[in-house]
Design a protein around this ligand. Structure first.
Ligand code: MN
Length: 254
């Protein structure tokens, strides 16, 4: 199994190290990660600057590790098209410090890097831990990520998808198992903090204070809060087929 591992927290992130360690027991791992943290970069690409690719030593038995002066999508894209000698069997992105559920998946660089794999028909997995402290232990989440990956490979699931994994940040013994979920629904309240700088000029700082507005147990965020590892299949084709058909029918009648 040849595995490309990416992330958005950067080459030195503890979540990347834990994930790479775990995946080395499953296949040959190559890392392509941003040289600095690039969280919330979504699928953005670097167009106006050159990409610097630096091979670095990495504290896990990986084949190669590259630190790249780009976004998570840049990293996955250049690895898949240029750096890797052949197409990998698996792309895994993470482990992100912070959950990637509900509408947040649109902003996530972690999920975006995995989508670069799905765009090319490769089985792709994004992994996030439900904590905002990089001091927390990522090894339990890495172990659950590998369990999810083994399941997806064994069950021969549709490869051209992102399987978005979110792990609760609780003791290993408290985790109830893997639950297949759909993306949930949250509303952000008080999204921006309005402050003043030392010169009296006002500025804003985005902050996250989400409120769950759909408490259905099959939602990703509800499952994680209940102690499950959430596994949500995401597709690159964003067409809404119900509306596509309804709109087609409406327009053909007018
Ligand atoms: Mn991140």
């Amino acid at each position: 199994m040849r595995i490309l591992v990416c992330n958005d927290d950067g080459i030195n992130a503890p979540g990347l190290l834990a994930l790479a360690h775990e995946l080395c027991s499953f296949g040959q791992v190559t890392i392509a990660a941003p040289d600095v943290e690039r969280s919330a970069a979504s699928n953005s690409l670097t167009l106006a600057h050159p990409l610097r690719v630096r091979e670095v030593s990495f504290p896990a038995p990986v084949e190669r590790a590259y630190a790249i002066s780009g976004t998570p999508a840049d990293c996955a894209k250049i690895a898949l098209s240029t750096l890797l000698p052949e197409k990998p069997d698996l792309v895994v992105s993470g482990i992100n410090c912070g959950p990637n559920m509900c509408v947040d998946i649109f902003y996530s660089g972690t999920v975006a890097a995995a989508f670069e794999g799905a765009f090319r028909g490769i089985l792709s997995v994004s992994v996030s831990l439900d904590t905002y402290s990089s001091q927390d232990d990522f090894s339990v989440a890495a172990c659950w990520a590998l369990r999810c990956i083994r399941l997806l490979v064994d069950k021969k699931v549709e490869p051209a998808r992102v399987y978005n994994v979110n792990v609760p940040c609780i003791a290993e013994t408290e985790i109830k198992g893997i639950k297949v979920t759909r993306t949930g629904k949250i509303d952000y309240r008080e999204e921006y903090d309005h402050r003043r700088d030392p010169y009296g000029r006002s500025y804003y700082w985005i902050k996250g204070n989400p409120e769950i507005v759909d408490n259905s147990p099959e939602c990703d965020i509800v499952a994680v809060k209940a102690g499950y590892v959430s596994l949500t299949p995401l597709q690159p084709d964003m067409t809404d087929f119900v509306t596509y058909n309804a709109l087609g029918a409406k327009l053909s009648n007018s």
